[in-house]
Design a protein around this ligand. Structure first.
Ligand SMILES: Cc1cc2nc3c(=O)[nH]c(=O)nc-3n(C[C@H](O)[C@H](O)[C@H](O)COP(=O)(O)O)c2cc1C
Length: 485
């Protein structure tokens, strides 16, 4: 392979994109469409050295994890021209980067942030467009994404009055670990795209607030570094993707256990990656904005169709598509002593199978509407389990995530039998908009909303949040606002 700078410079667009990182040359053409931060940031360095942009924000093993050996083209061959860097074209700020800079200066002070919708609005304004698209994307027409949140609007309270609530305690236990609220962080990868300190913002804020954080297999900060940042009293859970390389997965599980993570949340709703068109389109949106739009030319073969995150990931067979009740859980049990929770249960039947399989918990989730379109909102699944198979709640802990944005959402889920609820995007938005201070603010808002509503409901503790105080209506309430943007 000719890895001279002259040759590399020819591969400078989406049809063939080579970059140099630490004097090694990579063909990232296929990777463009699955780069969590979107392709435009890579394209900015297409045909040149991307080390300065790559190095500060990526864990050391990112390349090994994401590129196949055939995409690693070899060491950079230095010619006389390349040692003289004067001929290099300086990288200019894109329109989007200038917009982000302006918006960061316009952020309101935190005391003007009232709710999670406000945080989401601000984050969407200050995030680079491709990152905003990656974080907010749902699958297909984003129907499940919207309905996840709307499902909460169909439940109303039967408030009880004349009950002493001067002392109101929203704390609980999750898998036996203390949590100051019935809330945890559902792991959402690539926090570093929103803030240079990535997941660490969440770790620090959660440590002080006694909230449990689930850390992803594909977290953007090494899991050891996250574990090193936790307080002695703090609890971390680990989100596991079972990949086709079983031995490699087992190594990850053992490492997580040794690092002190307290439970394994095995994600079961992502055997392939969902069809997230917003994510794919963000490349074209950016091209248009920067004046590099490609137009259809009569007679051209279909150029790079660029069909999504999914295709490239699938080609490399990252996720194991053959998870099964018979094999996967006994295998996982055989390699770890940690409690096992299945993340991504989407119907009553599978909740029952999980109980029969003897796992310690299930997280009812459709991945925040990012996987199967028209998967039932997790709150509806919770309601159906409560109606049809209440015995499940005696056999394992049940959690839900997806669309939870208000203290009342949390309370409704607890009333229906959930032990706790997870939030994904809100943590990403909070850290993107305000770093660690944003995450602290988010938890303060939730705590305030939960305790106000518990008091108004006549509940002095989580034990008072029972099925009797919540009712599902069959009329369609007015559509909820999830965020202005
Ligand atoms: C940007 C992003 C990345 C995510 N990454 C993962 C992941 O790596 N593993 C996983 O199991 N779930 C992942 N999720 C799903 C979350 O764990 C969670 O199920 C979902 O965000 C909950 O919905 P919510 O965002 O409406 O709160 C991700 C979600 C988002 C938005």
């Amino acid at each position: 392979m000719d890895c001279t700078t002259e040759e590399i410079a020819k591969h400078n667009d989406a049809s063939s994109c080579w970059i140099i990182i630490k004097n090694e040359v990579y063909d990232v053409t296929e990777f463009l469409s699955i780069h969590p931060g979107g392709p435009s940031i890579i394209l900015k360095y297409a045909g040149s050295d991307a080390t300065s942009a790559y190095d500060p924000i990526h864990p050391p093993d990112t390349i090994q994890k994401n590129l196949s050996p055939s995409q690693c083209l070899g060491p950079l061959i230095t010619t006389t021209n390349t040692t003289d860097r004067k001929d290099r074209v300086p990288v200019e700020q894109t329109q989007d980067e200038m917009r982000v800079e302006r918006e960061m200066k316009r952020r309101p002070p935190l005391n003007r942030v009232l709710n999670l919708g406000d945080i989401e609005d601000i984050a969407k304004r200050v995030l680079p467009y491709p990152v905003q698209a990656f974080y907010s994307a749902g699958t297909d027409d984003e129907f499940s994404l919207r309905e996840n949140a709307r499902a909460f609007d169909r439940f109303f309270f039967h408030a009880r009055v004349m009950r002493p609530v001067s002392s109101c305690d929203p704390s609980t236990k999750i898998l036996g670990y203390d949590s100051s609220l019935p809330v945890f962080v559902s792991g959402a990868a690539q926090a570093i795209l929103g803030h240079p300190e990535g997941e660490l913002n969440i770790t620090r804020a959660c440590g002080n607030a006694s909230i449990i954080q689930m850390v992803c297999t594909f977290a953007s900060i090494p899991r050891a570094q996250i574990a090193a940042a936790m307080l002695p009293s703090q609890t971390l859970f680990f989100q596991l993707y079972k990949i086709t390389d079983t031995a490699a997965t087992a190594k990850v599980v053992r490492e997580a256990e040794e690092l002190g993570y307290k439970a394994i949340f095995l994600t079961v709703d992502a055997v392939v990656v969902g069809n997230r068109e917003k994510d794919v389109r963000s490349l074209w949106v950016m091209e248009e904005q920067e004046g590099k739009t490609q137009y259809y030319v009569e007679g051209d073969p279909e150029a790079t169709t660029n069909l999504s995150g999914s295709s490239a990931v699938n080609r490399r067979n990252v996720f194991d598509p053959d998870l099964s009740w018979k094999e996967t859980i006994p295998w996982l049990r055989s390699i770890t002593k940690l409690p096992i929770v299945l993340k991504g249960i989407q119907c009553v039947e599978d909740a029952v199978l999980a109980a029969e399989a003897g796992v310690e918990g299930i997280l009812l989730s459709n991945h925040g509407g990012r996987q199967l379109e028209s998967s039932l909102p997790p709150l509806e699944v919770l309601y159906r389990i409560r109606q049809q198979r209440p015995d499940v709640f005696d056999r394992l802990e049940v959690y839900i995530d997806g669309g939870i944005r208000r203290g009342t959402d949390v309370i409704k889920a607890i009333c229906l039998g959930a032990t706790a609820v997870g939030l994904g995007r809100p943590f990403l938005y909070a850290l993107s908009a305000y770093g660690e201070a944003g995450v602290i603010k988010l938890l303060d808002i939730l705590r305030r909303e939960i305790t106000i509503s518990m008091r108004l409901l006549g509940a002095a503790s989580i034990r008072d949040l029972t099925l009797e105080v919540v009712e599902r209506v069959d009329w369609e309430p007015v559509r909820r606002r999830i965020g202005k943007l």
